[in-house]
Design a protein around this ligand. Structure first.
Ligand code: DGL
Length: 262
């Protein structure tokens, strides 16, 4: 591992490019290797053992790029795989859950979490939030349809808005902060803010990217400013709209897609 080693990021699909966008905003000098397990997305409908196996396989694939840091951009894989991967790897391994929880607690002690069914079942957000502050109350909501809508590119239309309204209908009146506990959900922020402009919406990308920047500057593992940063985009399956959609999630033109097996 050298200073010029990349940051490795993986997600169940390309939704994790929302996290890469935040990383590139915070650390434009860093090279990033991103792996989206597009052949097996969604993880959020799978069992704990399957999600753990997928997370281990993705991390093993990324190990060949000799990264200095591994980021699990997927909330579902963070929920089930973070502790396992931390034990297996000698480099730092970060998930997305703690950073979002920490930021949410700076706004409120009555917090809701919108996530996949597997993430809600894991109870990871309530456990993490309560470990940070015992006084917090947490309301978890599974919103599985939003993953498909994000992948279909239906980010802001009337059908998606109706589904968001449906999911938000049961939100307790006391809640004033909502964690978007899924990599895909930041794309719905325009709709969510339109429906509930009174709420604070927490997207995991930015708080995580700030923590990564701090970690790298503390451990002097950050990239030399004169280097030429690159982004590599590895996926386990291709489809016609993938590059276009990846660019939308990334907020800039995505690099060429590299198809790999894991
Ligand atoms: N990347 C997943 C997450 O953040 C959402 C998509 C999936 O179900 O795989 O939880």
């Amino acid at each position: 591992m050298t200073m010029s080693s990349p940051i490795a990021v993986f997600d169940s699909g390309i939704g994790g490019l929302t996290v890469v966008q935040a990383l590139r905003q915070q650390m434009p000098e860093e090279t990033i290797v991103y792996l989206g397990d597009t052949a097996r997305v969604p993880y959020g409908t799978k069992s704990a053992s399957t999600i753990q196996r997928y997370a281990i396989q993705a991390a093993e694939k990324l190990a060949s790029y000799k990264p200095k840091l591994l980021i699990i951009a997927c909330n579902t894989a963070s929920a089930y795989g973070l502790e396992i991967l931390k034990r297996r790897w000698s480099i730092p391994v970060l998930g997305v859950i703690e950073a979002s929880a920490r930021l949410a607690l700076t706004h409120s002690h009555s917090i809701a979490v919108l996530a996949t069914r597997a993430t809600v079942t894991s109870d990871i957000y309530p456990q993490t939030l309560k470990a940070m502050n015992t006084a917090v109350s947490v309301h978890s909501m599974a919103a599985p349809l939003l993953v498909s809508l994000a992948e279909e590119g239906w980010w802001d239309n009337s059908i998606t808005e109706d589904i968001c309204r449906y999911y938000l209908a049961d939100l307790p009146a006391s809640v004033n902060t909502v964690i978007l506990g899924c990599t895909h959900f930041p794309v719905f922020l325009p709709i969510l803010e339109r429906i509930r402009p009174d709420l604070k919406w927490i997207d995991s990308g930015t708080p995580l990217a700030k923590e990564v920047r701090k970690l790298l500057s503390n451990t002097t593992r950050s990239q030399a400013p004169t280097s030429h940063p690159t982004l590599r985009l590895l996926v386990t399956d291709e489809s016609t709209k993938l590059h276009e959609l990846a660019s939308r999630f990334l907020g800039e033109s995505a690099p060429p897609i590299e198809l790999i097996n894991i």
